[in-house]
Design a protein. Sequence first.
Length: 375
Amino acid sequence: MDRERAGRLRRRLAAPAVRRTVVAAAMVALLAVAAVALAGGSGGASGHEPSAKATGTGTVARRTLAEHLTATGTIGYAGETTVLARLSGTVTALPAIGDVVRRGDRLYALAGEPVLLMYGAVPAYRALAVGVGDGRDVEQLERNLAALGYEPGSVDEEFTAATAAALAGWQEDLGLEPSGELELGRVAFLRGPQRVTRSEATLGEALVSSGGSEPPSVPILRTSSTRRVVGVELEADQQSIAHRGQKVQVVLPGGAEVPGEVRGLAATEASSGGGEAGEEAEPGVEATISVSGKRRIPALDGATVNVRFTQQVRKHVLTVPLTALVAIGGERFAVYVREGGARRRIVVTPGLAADGYVEVEGKGLRAGMTVETGE
């Protein structure tokens, strides 16, 4: 029966999506119960009972132990967004999937004229010209014109004659009418360079307003930032392990490890499988991981990586090798100590287990002692 329980536990820990790399004391107990038959006794007080067959020795030492959960992640890109067309016309040019569009570059074209990217947090929502009210969209336009080599005067929220002159110069260089006025939809303000992930329109498609005086608002592209991240999907019962700002380790293909940080958490739809019949699955969470410091995630789009989340840490605790722990019956454990040619048993209480060691407390046990280890 004990072997069955241990087998079930091992299978659960070996789940492909998420596996625990260490076990808590209760797990140690389940796996170690099988050693009772080898212990040669039922847990009496004698210090000279035979132990499990010893194959070596280890040392009692103080260590810091950390319990981890390792989850499978995928390399992708942060900040996916939908680009909306705000002008009517026939689609005459679209970028290729994977293209990177930068400030001043063409996102797509309608009726042979480009729609261009400028950087900014405020989306375009009105035409801009002399006499328009002050606003952050004006400041964004002026900042972009200046970055592209045109002189809009003071970069502020006021649209001035200098702004109009800089805008007209930019329009002329693009082959557009140099009106000094920016129609709604000619520019898309997005946060930095954009990587094209999907087209929502096709060449030759006519984009028109759905009715009324409002301009069209039609999805035409899906884009993301150019910043690579790792996305990790966690089940409902694993959500507590991740929080924003948490430090993690990312294990890249090939085995290299780099430090990472949880930058975002977003709810995911409930999975349809794995639950009892008629039981509604709970939604999970997707953690977005970025690499810390000056390191960068390599250009391995869609590659699978492992992400290690630290769940709990026990600092400077007394530990023995996990194989030194012997079950003596009734959820009781001991270690066998060798001192001066003699050996004796010390009953211990196990705690956190990690990296081949287990935290223990026992009367008379101290750092530096030699303990027997089993198979």
